[in-house]
Design a protein. Structure first.
Length: 499
């Protein structure tokens, strides 16, 4: 199976990473300038409020809203009196072991969602290429996705021979499968040095300051998702390309030649034909190849997914048609959950089937498809009402929340794309149209906010396109256009003279 990693970093408004399997979009990640990601960051925080009723505390770590930390996420080293730790099974009351004003080293495990603050922990974890270092937790573990018993025993044997500081644990990551001891030792030493540096900075810096910032999206993607099966890593920004090449030299020297700078005329995602697949992530309707579709709707309580047969009538008989459409939908739903990074409770309304054997096969198919997901997923059997319920771990804010903002017109009842994302989308369309050649002029009537952003913030990029392709670009703002409106006209050379 051919696999590529595409890194689109030329526009600071949107930093995107796509992983392709046989030319099809398999994984997608995005960071936007309008919403900075903080998951994995480490801060020096201060306890501002103790809530005995919740057995939790609120911590000011320098963000807009205070973070939330339950007693289970407070390491005993922060207790006011070490002797208060009971040897009995009685839970420790947070108000007895923690006081307002206590300084803590905390890490963001869940981003802020809506009006809720971030979820914080004092149990730090530092991700490397092959290991995750867990200071404060002494246990060691092997990724459950490494299923071969012989390999699990080999990795346990390797780790048992390594000397770790007291009170520091580890998790061996899936990518460590088949790796030699020296490679794992090198990764461990890097993580231990990182942890020592974090502790020194925490002592020197004031409260409410950042101590450690996670790597940017491109480096994280290579660290977490690059394997020997990835044939090529293409980067469209020279500076990011250089950083990733240097990073690859550290984590996997023999594969650094696979990191290449993208130099083609078309935008990188357009060159590989995945822009339409990405746009589909933001749509509530996803077509199936058989002619059916799935419809994904979000509510505050859950995500509802409906499966429709549509024109899927090739198979003989209603039962067979429903079964085959449901199997196809199961594959697509598992993929969309990954691509959109949907978390929480999900209810799937599959097409009704009468044959119990078909229902069992469908449940088996769903179980098989979600194995590829890095998030933890629990699911039920199909209920008597024809619904399957899933619970998916929320790894980070959904893809939709990063590129869309609450509509000013509908006060949150619907969503429109942000000005930055819309502007960059039009800029890519201009680039793609100009790269085809024989274009003399590009004119556009766009919403005023989008036009102003392009003409002011992206003037250098527009000028570069004009010089590169010998065209003129005329953008006009129209205050009457809705945020999602606007159009571009590409006038070919000689077209105006003929008219």
């Amino acid at each position: 199976m051919s696999s590529k990693m595409l890194i689109n970093a030329v526009d600071p408004e949107e930093y995107r990473v796509a992983i392709l399997k046989d030319g099809d979009l398999d994984e997608f990640y995005i960071e936007t300038s309008t919403k900075e990601e903080t998951k994995g960051n480490i801060y020096k925080g201060v306890v501002t409020r103790i809530e005995p009723s919740l057995q939790a505390c609120f911590i000011d770590y320098g963000a807009e809203r205070n973070g939330f930390t339950p007693i289970d996420e407070i390491h005993p080293e922060y207790y006011e009196s070490q002797g208060i730790i009971s040897k009995s099974k009685t839970p420790i009351a947070i108000e007895k072991v923690l006081k307002k004003g206590r300084e803590l080293l905390v890490q963001v495990t869940k981003e802020m969602v809506g009006r809720k603050g971030a979820y914080l922990t004092t149990y730090i974890s530092l991700a490397g290429r092959y290991l995750v270092l867990t200071p404060g937790r002494t246990a060691g573990g092997i990724s459950h996705k490494i299923e071969d018993d012989e390999e699990r025993q080999r990795l346990k044997s390797v780790m048992s021979k390594l000397e770790l500081p007291e009170g520091v644990g580890y998790i061996v990551r899936t990518v460590a499968l088949g790796q030699k001891k020296r490679v794992i030792v090198r990764d461990l030493n890097n993580l231990l040095r990182m942890w020592q540096d974090i502790k020194k900075r925490a002592e020197a810096r004031p409260s409410r300051s950042i101590i450690f910032k996670e790597q940017d999206l491109g480096l994280r993607a290579v660290r977490d998702y690059f394997t020997a099966e990835v044939d090529e890593v293409l980067v469209d920004d020279r500076e990011i390309w250089s950083e990733i090449k240097d990073f690859m030299r550290i984590i996997s020297p023999r594969h650094q030649g696979r990191v290449r700078l993208y130099k083609e005329k078309k935008p990188i995602f357009s060159e590989y034909g995945i822009e339409k697949q990405i746009e589909q992530i933001y749509s509530n309707r996803v077509p199936l190849r058989s002619g059916g579709s799935i419809v994904i709707d979000s509510t505050e309580a859950l995500i509802a997914i409906d499966v429709n047969s549509g024109r899927s009538t090739k198979a003989r008989g209603l039962e067979t048609t429903s079964f085959k459409t449901n199997l196809e939908a199961a594959r697509e739903i598992a993929k969309q959950l990954r691509l959109r990074d949907i978390g929480g409770l999900i209810a799937i309304d599959f097409i009704d089937m009468k044959d119990p054997k078909h229902e069992r096969e469908l449940v088996k198919q769903v179980k098989e498809e979600v194995k590829r997901d890095r998030a933890k997923i629990n699911f039920s059997h199909i209920s008597k009402f024809g619904l399957m319920e899933l619970s998916r771990q929320r790894l980070r804010p959904s893809i939709e929340s990063k590129s869309y903002q609450i509509c000013e017109c509908c006060q949150g009842r619907g969503m429109v794309r942000s000005v930055e994302a819309t502007s960059v989308s039009f800029l890519r369309q201009i680039w793609l149209g100009a790269s085809k050649g024989n274009i003399d002029r590009v004119t556009g009537g766009l919403p005023s906010t989008v036009a102003n952003y392009l003409l002011n913030k992206k003037r250098a990029e527009l000028t570069d396109l004009e010089n590169r392709y010998g065209i003129s670009i005329d953008i006009q703002g129209n205050p009457d256009l809705p945020p999602w409106g606007g159009n571009l006209d590409f006038i070919e050379r000689g077209e105006e003279k003929e008219a």
